[in-house]
Design a binder for this molecule. Structure first.
Ligand SMILES: O=C(O)CCC(=O)C(=O)O
Ligand SMILES: [Fe+2]
Length: 261
């Protein structure tokens, strides 16, 4: 990253802007837009500027090593699918993760993602969902089938095993979450499951409220670490949205009880 008088956040933003101008211009952007329209999820291969990857990975790893909370439960509100992972919530990242914070608030990142999904994107009105870190670190760890509260998720992959060891993403577009009567099997039967293997430095963007998704369980001695960032659509801003699963998994904006509520 070039250091200028503009300050670290502006330097980070210009590193992203320069990188995107090289890798997601012209036909490459058109292809991403088309895939997103068709599948409601699209990998952004090589999203992270190579000179930044190690720094962001170290930032996330040291936050995780110091503050990670082991979680293991199933959520009734997502039809009892499992969550087995280690997580860190937004307040801790805000305090200790300037690169993650700067990525979330980078205008270059937001405008790339808006171009890919084809609508204006907004900072999530609920701070607890701005960014969270999760790690699958032991055999059987998984982030089971679910939908999310707001329209868009942007996931930056910092560590990932080879797909043969699991940890790839699966998505079922054009499905919806009835929090009173969640139906994961019905969604699987209704639509098509697609699977996406991602490498460290890749990211993906997903229409999380209408695309059921999960991370396939990992096996062996492997580690998968991601940062999940939430972006809102204009229509989200007009709705009253609750955050039950985020609060239970990541602690929301408040103190972390370490248990499902
Ligand atoms: O780990 C991933 O790739 C997905 C994370 C996710 O779906 C979530 O945090 O809501
Ligand atoms: Fe999700």
């Amino acid at each position: 990253m070039t250091i200028t008088h503009a300050g670290p956040a502006a330097d980070l933003d210009s590193a992203y802007a320069r990188h995107f101008a090289g890798v997601y211009a012209g036909d490459a952007l058109i292809a991403l837009q088309q895939s997103f329209r068709e599948e409601n999820i699209v990998p952004l291969r090589g999203f992270c500027p190579p000179e930044l990857l190690q720094a962001i990975r170290s930032e996330a790893s040291s936050i995780m090593d110091e503050h990670g909370v082991d979680r293991k439960f199933s959520f009734e509100i997502t039809d009892n699918t499992p969550r087995q992972m280690t997580t860190v919530g937004q307040p801790v990242i805000k305090e200790h993760g300037p690169l993650i914070h700067g990525t979330y608030f980078s205008p270059a990142v937001k405008s790339l993602l808006a171009a890919v999904v084809g609508e204006e994107l907004f900072t999530c009105p609920y701070a607890g969902e701005h960014y969270v870190i999760s790690r699958l670190g032991k055999s059987g760890d998984t982030h089971g089938w679910h939908w999310d509260d707001y329209s868009y998720g942007f996931i930056l992959v910092l560590e990932a095993p080879d797909y043969r060891e699991g940890g790839f993403v699966q998505a079922v577009p054009h499905t919806s979450w009835d929090k009173q009567n969640p139906d994961v099997h019905g969604a699987l039967l209704k639509s098509q499951v697609r699977s996406y293997a991602l490498q460290p430095g890749d990211a993906y963007v997903i229409k999380t409220d209408t695309t059921m998704h999960r991370v396939f369980p990992i096996r062996g001695e492997n580690r998968r670490t991601i940062v999940n960032m939430t972006l809102a659509s204009a229509s989200d801003l007009a709705r009253n949205i609750t955050h039950e699963t985020n609060d239970a998994l990541f602690g929301g904006v408040g103190t972390d009880s370490g248990s499902a509520r």
